[in-house]
Each structure stands twice: as structure tokens, then as C-alpha cells.
Design a protein around this ligand. Sequence first.
Ligand code: FAD
Ligand code: NAP
Length: 334
Amino acid sequence: MEAYQSLKNYNTFGIDVKATRFATFSDVVSLSDLLPDMRSMPHLVIGGGSNLLFTQDFDGLVVKNEIMGISEASRDSSSVILEVGAGEPWHAFVMHCVAHGFGGIENLSLIPGCVGASPMQNIGAYGVEIKDTFDYLDALEIATGTMHRFYNKDCAFGYRESVFKRGYKNQFVLCKVAFRLSLKPEVNTSYGVINQELERMGVSNPTIKEVSQAVIRIRQSKLPDPKVLGNAGSFFKNPVISMSHYQALQSEFPDLPAYPIDESSVKLPAGWLIEQCGWKGKTIGACGVHSLQALVLVNHGGATGKEIYTLSEAIIENVFERFQVPLEREVNIY
Ligand code: FAD
Ligand code: NAP
């Protein structure tokens, strides 16, 4: 275990803060050895650090999950269950599935971070969420040191939500996640831009590999690469508002895009609301709002987490003043 470790290389915003203690673990035995320290001081489990904003030094123990491995647990005529170590990079796992013809997560290509964090906020993109293929996970309870299995129904998955972000926050270390992938995949191209990209690629009857390639091309064209420009993806969730609120806004802002959730509520793209307030591409000191996607806050180099947090506050206030829509942060603040 190391003392006073810089976390700069462990968060994709590239924020230079320190942790009082830092350790890695690559199996359940080495994780169990860390439990007494985790119980006696504030602790934080991290994977790739791509959904975090550090606003101050972490006065406690940061543990990085490096449990690796992908193995087949079972299969039947139509599906296969893969058990995946929580420290496996998410995109490498997607590429493994695509290469083997296992369908279901190809729309989630190129999402940074580790498999162990994927259930935390039920990661999603391009019309797919992991709850659609998630089967179960094994997590070590920090207080007791016992391993628990959580099935899909136990996880309370929602839009960028799960029980591990809410009621069970900080109580479990996710060690292994199992997914049920299809051996007879049907592609999901319901999200408009995928079809447009496939058309550009000259593909009319796409395979999962081609859908994955289309998603990668779209993402590379508009999202900043954290290795080049510090960021944590979408900083805010897309807000869901009532139909009556939407109708009132629509009469004032006829171009307002919206996606129906059900008869009484709609989802608004937060990026559009932020852009309308004039924030897209703005730089404030060393941080700012990305020039191609206003939902992404960026560190141009040397920004502090506090500066980025203050920027997010100004954006939330501004969007509320203009649209009376409260934005909620998606990124975990520490
Ligand atoms: P971390 O940032 O390390 O941790 C996130 C949270 O999970 C923390 O609260 C941490 O304590 C907890 N945690 C992590 N691992 C464990 C564990 N094993 N046990 C217990 N708790 C744990 N997200 C999407 O949903 N969809 C996207 O399309 C998407 N695109 C992105 C694009 C970019 C360019 C970036 C930078 C981020 C994007 N994200 C997206 C956000 C992020 O990549 C995902 O949420 C990812 O799953 C986070 O994984 P991580 O390993 O980096 O988690
Ligand atoms: P986009 O295509 O510009 O669309 C803006 C928003 O509108 C999206 O966030 C999406 O909500 C919603 N949307 C667009 N088309 C939709 C459809 N056909 N059905 C339902 N909702 C639709 O978004 P983007 O920023 O380039 O991101 C593309 C996808 O990658 C999105 O799914 C987004 O969530 C995901 N992504 C997530 C992160 C993150 O950090 N969480 C970062 C980058 C990209 P949804 O977000 O609900 O899909």
C-alpha cells in the first residue's frame, strides 16, 4: 500500500489530487486483505476513473480494481453467459464479444472504464443499456467480507442508475460481472445516427461488427479522447420532464428536441439546453465546455476539480433560469 499517491493518472479528467493511501488488487484474496483498512477509513473503489471528478485530495484509501479474466460460464442453443473480471477494460470486452460473434453490447463500443463499473450506472449508449444483457454480478461486502450474488432484478437498474449508486453506495466491491450474449444476434440500429453512419460506410445489412464500427466512428468524430483532452464523458444526465412542462417549453422553443419516455414524460437532450445558453465551446480558465458536444466538460490542462465543479454549477443555474429544467450531474463527485 502506498502513501500520498497522486491520482492524476487514475482519473480521465486528469485532476492532480492525492490520496492518503492507494492500493491495487487483482483477486479476491488481495482485496480481502484490504478490507480492515477500508473499514477504518474513508475508501473509494475505482476502475478507469472515467466517471469521477475529484474536487479535493482524497483523505482515505483509494483501491483500484484489477481483477481480470473473461470465461464462459455456460451456453445453450441461443446464448452464452460470460463471466468477466471487474478490472477488464470495457471496450476490450466488447471487442472480445464482437470477435466471437456474441451479440448484445456492440452499441456500447468505445465506452472508457472497466467492466466492474458498468453496472454502477447501468452504462448506456445508442439505444442499449447493460441491463439488457446483464445476468448477475458477484460483489464483496466490505462490512462482512462475504461475497453476494446480485441478479438483474436485484440491481434496480434505471437510466444511469442502479442500487449500487443509491442504497448500497460504498458497501460493496463489484468483483465479477456476468452477461448473457446472443449467439443469434439481431442488431439494434434504432438510434438514428447509426443508420446514417452505416449508410456512409455503404452497409445495408449490418453485422454486429459493422454496428460496432459505426458506433466507434461516430464517437471518434464528436467525443474528446481523454488521453488528449481530460473529460469524463457526459457531465449531466439528460433530464426527464413532464409532458405538460414539455408542451409549455415547446411553444416557446419550437426547435426543442425531445424523446418520449411514456405518455406523461419526455427526455430532453441536456447538451441542446446547455448549447442554447451559449456554453458550447466556452473556455473558463483552464476548463470549459467541449466545442462539439456541450454535455462534456473538459480540462484544457491544469484545471482543478473545484473549477470544473464551479463551471457545472453555473451551467445548472443558467439552464434552470432559461428552461426551468433542473440538470443533475452524472459524474460522481469526490
Ligand atoms: P470509475 O470512474 O473508476 O468509477 C465510477 C464509479 O463507480 C465510482 O463511484 C466508483 O467508486 C464506482 N466503482 C467503480 N468500480 C467499482 C467496483 N468494482 N466496485 C464498486 N464500485 C466501483 N458512460 C455511459 O454510460 N455511456 C457512455 O456512452 C459513456 N461514454 C463516455 C465517453 C467518454 C469519452 C468518457 C470519458 C466517459 C464516458 N462514459 C459513458 C462514462 C464512463 O466511462 C462510464 O460510466 C464507465 O462505466 C466508468 O467506468 P470506470 O471504470 O472508469 O469507473
Ligand atoms: P446525441 O446522439 O447527440 O443525442 C443527444 C441525446 O439525445 C442523447 O444523449 C440521447 O439520450 C438522446 N437521443 C438521441 N437520439 C435518440 C433516440 N433515437 N432515442 C432516444 N434518445 C435519443 O448524443 P451523443 O452525446 O452523441 O451520445 C450518443 C450516445 O452515447 C447517447 O446514447 C449517449 O447517452 C451516449 N454517451 C454517453 C456518455 C456518458 O458519459 N454517459 C458520453 C458520450 C456518449 P441518451 O443519452 O439517453 O441515449
